[in-house]
Design a protein around this ligand. Structure first.
Ligand code: AMP
Length: 288
């Protein structure tokens, strides 16, 4: 496995792989790898000849007062996990390599972004599509792997690939969870002991919502209210949002007669957690 920080060197290797007719699978991450990331790497390994993992904590997608400075990092651990799981190349650029100066051209996300995390994190998805556009051009992957844990990101990247004709297949991978249901996240290490005990109720709240829907409640408001009450009774975290929207369009719905996403974000002291479930009109959970 190679670890490269330099764009030219990565591009040389990519060119050689493409000349040799190899397919490239790409897994973009911010590092501090856990089993969620590993699931993406394993999916990529199954379907491609050459696997590239990027590790870059992209400052552009963090807003004022967010956790850029406390975002956990462990390069040694990441190298080991990547190597053990069949990554061929880690691209580990510095901030200066990715953004040597101010950009002359900026991207604006105009759909799928005025809801959920896009609403609470202005500029976040602009930062995401900017870094991904650069990474897609450097790595030229055949397939790119994203987790449904960040379902809005999947919806935005789907739009990016479609609108800007990237010849890339987007593969969405189901959320990997701890035994108690908490979605795995690099940020979970920044939960206090008490917060960590409460955090699994986030997924239970979502499942409560799906059950109500199965029991015949089709009005989004009713389901969101019940999820809110459940969460308020089980955790001290501050609820950022609870939303039920069409998926992947992320538009409001009057009643549930198509695939929808039920999504939650909760602020704890040092970390904001997100989770979601995507399900159809019968309450069947859609994975990936
Ligand atoms: P991050 O390093 O948090 O930017 O995540 C990199 C990729 O891993 C994104 O596509 C995430 O959606 C995905 N990911 C993060 N956590 C999980 C998880 N628990 N299950 C599946 N995918 C995940």
């Amino acid at each position: 496995m190679e670890v490269l920080k330099n764009i030219d060197k990565v591009q040389n290797i990519v060119s050689k792989q493409l000349r040799d007719g190899k397919t490239i699978g790409f897994v973009p991450t911010m590092g501090y790898l856990h089993e969620g990331h590993i699931r993406l790497i394993k999916e990529a390994r199954k379907e491609n000849d050459f696997i590239i993992l990027s590790i870059f904590v992209n400052p552009l997608q963090f807003g004022e007062g967010e956790d850029l400075d406390t975002y956990p990092r462990d390069e040694e651990h990441d190298r080991r996990m990547a190597e053990e799981n069949g990554v061929d190349l880690i691209f580990l650029p510095s901030k200066e390599t990715m953004y040597p100066g101010p950009l002359s051209i900026e991207m604006a996300v105009t759909k799928r972004t005025d809801v959920l995390c896009g609403r609470s994190r202005p500029g976040h998805f602009e930062g995401v599509v900017t870094v991904l556009t650069k990474l897609f051009n450097i790595i030229r992957p055949d397939r790119v792997y994203f987790g449904m844990k960040d379902a809005q990101q999947v919806a935005v990247v789907d739009a990016l690939i479609h609108d800007y004709n990237f010849p890339i297949k987007l593969v969405a991978v189901p959320t990997v969870r701890e035994k108690d249901g908490l979605a795995k996240s690099s940020r979970n290490v920044n939960l206090s002991t008490d917060e960590r005990k409460e955090a699994p109720f986030i997924q239970q709240a979502l499942l409560t919502g799906v059950q109500l829907m199965k029991d015949g409640k089709k009005l989004p408001e009713e389901i969101m209210d019940a999820v809110r009450k459940f969460l308020e009774s089980k955790t001290h975290g501050n609820i950022d949002y609870i939303e039920l929207l069409s998926y992947p369009e992320l538009e409001s719905v009057q009643t549930i007669n198509q695939p929808v996403i039920l999504a939650v974000a909760v602020y704890y002291k040092k970390v904001r957690l997100i989770d979601n479930i995507v399900f159809d009109q019968n309450g069947e959970i859609i994975k990936g």
